[in-house]
Each structure stands twice: as structure tokens, then as C-alpha cells.
Design a protein around this ligand. Structure first.
Ligand SMILES: NC(=O)c1ccc[n+]([C@@H]2O[C@H](COP(=O)([O-])OP(=O)(O)OC[C@H]3O[C@@H](n4cnc5c(N)ncnc54)[C@H](O)[C@@H]3O)[C@@H](O)[C@H]2O)c1
Length: 418
């Protein structure tokens, strides 16, 4: 079968699936399937609530069809699964959605299909958990009448520079012929090229450690930032000095939320535990990053009186994305509210209703006069905004991102960063 002439089905059109489906449609006929009717209705009107794909790009993607109707993805030959892989409340991998997607694909895929997974998982999930489900519901046999691939997604939401085609794609397959076919598919759209991992487990592990490494590096710098704070030394001046050495890695302190960096280390810790191994480094990094909100709250509350007015900028989990899941800046606002501080939160990037539903926080317009400004997320709008008009003379600026020193470092304000 010539797979390069076949339709490609992308299952799950979120931050990962939609940009991938749009890009694939420049070379293939693509059907993007999502269980959310709302998502499909919006996409049919060329509206992407994740802000990753513009209206014009969606309109131009003539070979992309989006659907929430299973009939449309029946009996196809290539399925790419990009559904969420979160953790549960005990920080254990929650593979429910992934298993559900496998069951769905197992029931409808044609004989000799290739099923490629892009969702982040721990090593072994694709072959030991997904493949048996696909086999059970299809009645096909792995490497005889269906084939597997794993190609981790490395997209960075909100980052318009590192788009799908500019990031090297790691590919792997359940046998070498499948790996080559998968590689040829991605080569059609990935300008940066593909890298053949030696096995599916290698590709799965590579993805998980990329994010875990970032988590640990940020945790280390967060710890150093707290130490510098105690010693009354600027971490940013320290980093400026240290990074003049060729092999120093310049990570910056901050809040680590979201559903990738804050989650993937738990996947690694889980597989380690299952294998009888304890992961000290991975989990201690996670613990510190998870605690950063409380630590920062405790520092800030010593400097903010309950009677004064606070404006917090940003509630999404990172800059320039509307994603509010597992957001540490939302956690920070909640702590202030719970402790009866007079705080308002402004964030024009996110969906107001979603914030109300998820966190019970009513977002405010940019108006009024405040004694304190907390910059929790460095959205681009802050560069040319009128936040300054909302600040009283000698307002306290608590810049958790550390990026606005130049704007607020005048004697009109009291500037603070970690
Ligand atoms: N967002 C990132 O920065 C990023 C980067 C790299 C990898 N990843 C990984 O990619 C995967 C997807 O993440 P995301 O951020 O795109 O998730 P997301 O929540 O933005 O989107 C997932 C989409 O899948 C849909 N969905 C869920 N179950 C489905 C099913 N059974 N059938 C069809 N559609 C279904 C949802 O409705 C949603 O639209 C995760 O494993 C994540 O860890 C995410």
C-alpha cells in the first residue's frame, strides 16, 4: 500500500493536534477529528480558541476537513493520536483519554493501518497499553495487520517562532518498514527534518526527559533565586554574570504550571516506581516547582497590606496562551483571595467565562488605581499597555517574571523581583 497517497486522520485537535493537522494538510488530505462538538463548530467557522492558528491559515487549509462524526474517520489507513495525557489528583498518569482514543481507532481502522501516537507518555505505554487495546477492538495483529508509531510532539504553545515544521521530528515505528513510512510522511511537512529513534520506547523516553530536564533546571534556578533573595543578591545579575561562561545554561526563575513540564516528570517517576526505582532528583525538582506559588505568596504578603489595592496581571499558565489549566498564577490569585486581600486580576488573553468556571475568579478590566502590581505572566500586551496609568505614585511592583525591570525601575515605583 502507498501510505503517502492515503488520508491522514488526526485524533484530538488541541494545542498539538490542530497545528499538526493544518501543516499535514499542505501535503495530504487530512481529517481532523475531535470529540468536542464545540471545538469542531468553532473550527468550521475558522476560529481557533487556542490562538495557535489564525483564521486566514484555517481558511487556506483546503485539504483539511474537521469533524466530530465517527463515520468520517471510518476505514482509514493512518491515524495520529494527539489527545491529552494528564495526571490525576494524586499526580499519577491518567491515561483514560488515550485509552478511549485507542478503543475508538481500534473499532474503525482499516486493515494494515498505521497508528502513530504523539501524546506524551512514559516508556512502554504505546506498545504495552495502546497496542493491546487497538488489537482487541480491531481484531488485527501488531506488525501483521496493523502497525504502530510514536513521534513525540515538541510544539511550544504561544511561540510563533518554533512552529511544527521548524522542530526536528523524532520518529519511531513498531518495525523498521513502518518507521520509514512514518518518516516519509513527516518529511513532507517538517523542514527541520526527522530523526529516527531506535525504538518506540526510546522516542517515548526522549520526549519525557526533555520536559523533565526543563523542570529540574528551572527548579534549580528557583532554589538559587530563593537563596539570592535571602542574601539580598539579584538572581538576574547573578545569571548575567554566570552565563558569560560557555557551558552555563541560562534558565530563569518562575512559576511552572500547565500540562507538560509540570506533568511529564510524574510520568517518569511513575514508570521508575513501577520498575522498583526511586527518583529523587525528578521528584525534588517537581516538589519545589509545585511549592513556588506558596513560597512567593508568603514573600509577597509580607510586603502587601490587606487594606491596599492589588492588581495582578496574568492568569494563564504561561505567556501569550489562553490555556488556564494547572495555572500557577491562578493559584497565586486564589491564595490572595482566600486570605482576604483586595486583589483584582486582569488578563485579556484568556476566556473570562472559563476562568470563572475553573477558578471562580471574575476577571477585571484595566481600570482603577492600585497600590500594588503583581506581574504573574509576561503576556506581550504588557510591553505597550496602559497598566502604568492604573498605578499610584510609589506603587509596589512585584515582578515574578523578572522581565519588566527596565519599565518600572524608576523612583516612581518600588520594583521587586525574585
Ligand atoms: N500543549 C503542549 O504544549 C504540548 C506539547 C507537546 C506535547 N503535548 C502533548 O500532546 C498531547 C495533547 O496535548 P494538547 O495540549 O494538544 O491537549 P489539548 O487539551 O489542547 O487538546 C486535546 C484535544 O483532544 C480532544 N480529545 C480528547 N479525547 C479525545 C478522543 N478520545 N477523541 C478525539 N478527541 C479527543 C479534546 O477535545 C481536545 O480538543 C498531550 O499528551 C500533551 O502532553 C502537549
Amino acid at each position: 500500500m502507498d501510505y503517502l497517497k492515503k488520508n491522514i486522520v488526526v485524533i484530538g485537535l488541541g494545542y498539538v493536534g490542530l497545528p499538526l493537522a493544518v501543516k499535514l494538510s499542505s501535503a495530504f488530505d487530512v481529517i481532523g477529528y475531535d470529540i468536542s462538538n464545540q471545538r469542531i463548530t468553532e473550527l468550521k467557522k475558522y476560529y481557533d480558541s487556542t490562538n495557535e492558528i489564525t483564521k486566514v491559515k484555517l481558511q487556506k487549509a483546503k485539504r483539511l476537513m474537521v469533524s466530530s462524526n465517527i463515520e468520517d474517520i471510518h476505514n482509514k489507513n493512518i491515524y495520529i493520536i494527539t489527545v491529552p495525557t494528564p495526571v490525576n489528583k494524586n499526580n499519577l498518569p491518567d491515561l483514560k483519554l488515550l485509552k478511549k482514543a485507542c478503543k475508538l481507532v481500534g473499532k474503525i481502522m482499516a486493515k494494515n493501518s498505521i497508528v502513530i501516537f504523539e501524546s506524551t507518555v512514559y516508556p512502554g505505554v504505546t506498545e504495552n497499553i495502546c497496542a493491546p487495546i487497538l488489537a482487541k477492538y480491531s481484531g488485527y495483529k501488531l506488525n501483521k495487520s496493523f502497525f504502530l508509531g510514536y513521534s513525540p510532539e515538541r510544539i511550544n504553545p504561544g511561540d510563533k517562532k518554533h512552529s511544527v515544521e521548524k522542530i526536528t521530528k523524532v520518529v519511531s515505528g513498531s518495525n523498521s518498514a513502518t518507521a520509514s513510512i512514518i518518516s516519509n510522511i513527516y518529511k513532507k511537512i517538517i523542514k527541520a527534518g526527522v530523526f529516527h529513534a531506535s525504538s518506540i520506547e526510546v522516542a517515548e523516553t526522549a520526549k519525557a526527559i526533555e520536559n523533565a530536564q526543563r523542570d529540574i533546571n528551572i527548579a534549580f534556578i528557583n532554589e538559587i533565586a530563593l537563596l539570592c533573595h535571602k542574601l539580598n543578591i539579584s538572581i538576574y545579575d547573578v545569571l548575567d554574570a554566570a552565563k558569560t561562561k560557555w557551558n552555563f545554561l541560562p534558565f530563569y526563575p518562575g512559576l511552572v504550571g500547565g500540562h507538560c513540564i509540570g506533568v511529564d516528570p510524574y510520568y517518569l517517576a511513575h514508570v521508575a516506581k513501577k520498575s522498583g526505582m526511586q527518583t529523587d532528583v525528578i521528584l525534588s525538582g517537581r516538589r519545589l516547582n509545585d511549592n513556588m506559588t506558596k513560597i512567593i505568596f508568603n514573600i509577597l504578603k509580607k510586603n502587601i497590606s490587606k487594606r491596599s489595592k492589588i492588581l495582578q496581571i496574568g492568569i494563564s499558565f504561561k505567556e501569550n496562551v489562553p490555556d488556564i489549566r494547572n495555572s500557577k498564577s491562578a493559584e497565586l490569585a486564589k491564595l490572595f483571595l482566600k486570605n482576604n486581600y483586595n486583589i483584582k486580576v486582569h488578563d485579556p488573553v484568556v476566556d473570562k467565562l472559563e476562568v470563572e468556571e475553573e477558578y471562580n475568579i471574575n476577571l477585571s478590566e484595566l481600570k482603577g488605581q492600585y497600590d500594588n502590581l503583581i506581574i504573574a505572566v509576561s503576556h506581550d500586551f504588557l510591553k505597550n499597555n496602559n497598566v502604568i496609568n492604573c498605578l499610584k505614585h510609589k506603587a509596589n511592583i512585584f515582578d515574578i517574571t523578572g522581565k519588566y525591570k527596565n519599565i518600572f525601575n524608576s523612583n516612581k515605583y518600588n520594583y521587586w523581583s525574585l
